[in-house]
Design a protein around this ligand. Structure first.
Ligand code: 5GP
Length: 193
């Protein structure tokens, strides 16, 4: 997605530890016009899949998921909540993921009420790195007996293993920009798509 790539080149900052900071337009201050284009692009990619629900994880996925849901004709968005195992009840689907940016394990959960076996679920997230978030969300979908249509990712870091692993497992992953390399000393970013 050219608009997104140009914005990454203009405003993203490469941090140490393979972290790309996009706070100026995606993760802290939000460029709603860009979000709108992102939502339309996900609809262009997945619009024929009869998606019934969009699933993401709090917090940064929620805004992108909502604007995508709008492009899909206002289908519901469910976001997995992060929490501690001790709070988990029988009423939730749950899985454990390791946070890429914080390096800690946490549990994500979705109330059983909000994911149903008849659902066709599209996972949406801002970044794909090691694939932990998408794998954790996909596990919730399978626990519910729902169908995973695919994963729509805004920025995939193609030099990290998540995308390859998920596609290898047969998950349809569509990323709007795929970063081939990034250098925290020079700030240079190259793209695969
Ligand atoms: P994964 O679970 O695929 O390893 O990492 C994806 C999750 O970690 C995303 O939900 C995102 O919030 C966060 N993340 C991973 N890499 C980056 C990055 O380079 N920049 C930012 N801002 N978030 C990232």
């Amino acid at each position: 997605m050219e608009l997104l790539k140009q914005r990454i080149i203009k405003d993203a900052v490469v941090k140490k530890g393979n972290v790309l900071k996009v706070d100026g337009f995606l993760n802290h201050r939000i460029d709603v016009r860009l979000y709108d284009e992102i939502g339309k692009e996900f609809y262009r990619l997945f619009g024929k899949e009869n998606v019934t629900k969009i699933l993401t994880v709090e917090a940064s996925g929620i805004g992108i998921a909502c604007i995508t849901a709008q492009a899909f004709g206002y289908i519901p968005v469910v976001f997995a909540k992060k929490g501690k195992t001790s709070n988990i009840s029988d009423d939730v689907y749950t899985s454990r993921i390791t946070s890429f940016t914080h390096g800690v394990d946490y549990d994500i959960m979705v109330s059983k009420e909000y994911l149903e076996s008849g659902d066709r679920v599209l996972i949406i997230d801002d970044f794909l790195a090691n694939g932990e978030a998408v794998k954790g969300l996909a596990l919730l979908v399978s626990q519910a007996g729902a169908e995973l249509v695919g994963a729509g990712i805004v920025i995939e870091k193609g030099f990290q293993p998540g995308g390859k692993e998920l596609r290898g497992k047969g998950v349809r992953v569509e990323s709007l920009a795929i970063i081939e390399s990034m250098n925290d000393e020079t700030g240079e970013i190259t793209f695969r798509i």
